[in-house]
Write a protein that binds this ligand. Structure first.
Ligand code: SF4
Length: 373
C-alpha cells in the first residue's frame, strides 16, 4: 500500500517514521508550493478554509507520485475540520483519482475506531509497528527541540541564515535516522552547532519576544504563514509558539501521558474568564495564550489563522479585552490565497517596531524611577 498524508511543517518526518513503521510504502508529498496551492484552489469550494485547499493540492501531487491511500486526521467540534475528508474524497473522485482515504479520528472521541483503522493500515507485526510509533515520537521530539533553539538564535546570529542552514541539515539527518541512537546523535550535533554560532551583540541587545498562536495548520506550515518565523527572526524577534507538534501529539493522542510543558494546555485553562467553552480548533487556546505569554514576560503576541476560520474569528473578537487586561500588544493575521507578501511584511515590521519602542520606553521609565528613588 502506497500511503501519503498532508504536509504540515515538520509532520512529514513524524509521518514517514510512523507509516513506514506500520510497514506501508510512504509517498511524502512534495513540500507546499504555488503549484500545490493552485491545484487546491482550482478544485476546492471557494469558501473552504485554506488548509483544505493546500491539503487537496498535496494529495493530487502525491497521487501523481503513485500514492494510493491517504492517511489523515479527523476532527470533532463545531468547525469545518470534521468534514474535510468527505469533501476532499468527493473532489478527488470527481477528478478521477482513485484514492482510498483513511481518517484517524481523535482517540478521546472514537478510541476503538482508531484502533481498527490502525489495524487495517498495519502491514507488519505489532512489535515492529510499536517500534515505528516510538521512532516517530523520538524524531518529533528531536526536531522540536532543534526548532526551538533555532527560533531563539535567529534574531541573535551574526551571519543571517546560519541557524537555518544547521536546522535544514538537522531535519534531514533526523528524518534519515534509522535507530534511536542516530536520532540522538543528529539532535546533539545540531544543538552543539547552534550553540557555536557567533552572535551579534548589537542585534542581541534589541531582541523582542513574540508568541505565535492560532490555528494549528497556519502555525506549523511555513508556506501557509508566508514563513513568518524566519521573517520575524530577521527583524530581531525571538519567536515561541503556543503549540509544537510533539506537544500536540502528547496532549491529543497520548492523553498527556508524557510530562511536557505545553503552553496550549495551560492556555486552555487561562482562557476561562474570557471564553469558558470549546469553540472548535484552537480558538480557546488563542485567548488563554494572551494571559500565559503576558505572565511569561513576552513583548507581543500574533494570532495566525486562515481567512474565515470560525474558532479564530471568535478568539479574535475577545483578544482586545485580554490584550488590554494583560497589557500585551496583540495583532491578528488572517491568510488566504490572495495574501500578498509585501503588505504582510509591512504589518510585521510595524508591529515589531511598535513593541520594540514600547519595551525601550518601559526600560527607560523604570531606569528613571530607580534614579529618582
Ligand atoms: S480550525 Fe479553522 S481552518 Fe481549521 S478547519 Fe476549523 S474553521 Fe477551518
Amino acid at each position: 500500500m502506497k500511503a501519503t498524508f498532508p504536509h504540515m511543517g515538520n509532520l512529514y518526518i513524524t509521518a514517514r517514521a510512523l507509516l513506514g513503521g506500520l510497514g506501508l510504502e510512504v509517498v511524502v508529498p512534495p513540500p507546499c508550493t504555488k503549484r500545490t496551492l493552485s491545484l487546491g484552489t482550482q478544485h476546492s469550494p471557494e469558501f473552504a478554509c485554506l488548509p483544505l485547499k493546500l491539503n487537496l493540492g498535496n494529495y493530487i501531487e502525491a497521487a501523481e507520485r503513485g500514492a494510493e491511500v491517504i492517511v489523515m486526521a479527523g476532527g470533532v467540534g463545531p468547525c469545518r475540520f470534521g468534514y474535510y475528508a468527505q469533501v476532499q474524497r468527493e473532489i478527488l473522485k470527481d477528478l478521477g483519482y482513485d484514492m482510498e482515504m483513511v481518517v484517524l479520528e481523535p482517540p478521546d472521541a472514537h478510541f476503538s475506531e482508531l484502533v481498527d483503522k490502525i489495524k487495517y493500515l498495519c502491514q507488519t507485526d505489532w512489535r515492529r509497528a510499536i517500534q515505528g510509533v516510538r521512532m516517530a515520537w523520538w524524531k518529533t521530539r528531536a526536531v522540536d527541540e532543534v526548532e526551538k533553539r533555532v527560533e531563539w538564535l535567529r534574531p541573535r546570529e551574526k551571519v543571517l541564515g546560519t541557524a537555518d542552514r544547521i536546522y535544514n541539515r538537522a531535519r534531514a539527518a533526523i528524518d534519515a535516522a534509522a535507530t534511536r541512537r542516530e536520532v540522538e546523535l543528529a539532535r546533539q550535533q545540531a544543538l552543539a552547532e547552534l550553540d557555536a554560532v557567533e552572535r551579534d551583540p548589537v542585534r542581541e541587545a534589541k531582541v523582542v519576544r513574540i508568541a505565535l498562536v492560532g490555528e494549528i495548520y497556519t502555525l506549523l506550515e511555513p508556506f501557509m504563514n508566508l514563513d513568518i518565523e524566519r521573517k520575524l527572526g530577521r527583524m530581531g524577534a525571538e519567536v515561541v509558539r503556543d503549540l509544537y507538534l510533539s506537544e500536540w501529539i502528547n496532549d491529543h493522542l497520548f492523553g498527556g501521558f508524557m510530562r511536557l510543558d505545553s503552553p496550549a494546555k495551560k492556555a486552555k485553562k487561562l482562557a476561562q474568564p474570557y471564553l469558558g467553552y470549546f469553540v472548535g480548533g484552537h480558538g480557546r487556546e488563542s485567548v488563554g495564550s494572551v494571559v500565559y505569554f503576558a505572565r511569561k514576560g513576552f513583548d507581543g503576541l500574533i494570532q495566525l489563522a486562515p481567512f474565515t476560520c470560525m474558532p479564530e474569528i471568535v478568539a479574535e473578537s475577545i483578544l482586545p479585552r485580554a490584550s488590554q487586561d494583560c497589557d500585551l500588544p496583540v495583532m491578528t493575521m488572517f491568510f488566504d490565497e490572495q495574501t500578498g507578501e509585501a503588505g504582510f511584511v509591512t504589518r510585521l515590521e510595524a508591529f515589531v517596531d511598535m513593541i520594540r519602542r514600547r519595551k525601550e520606553a518601559d526600560r527607560r521609565s523604570r531606569a528613571g524611577a530607580m534614579d529618582g528613588a
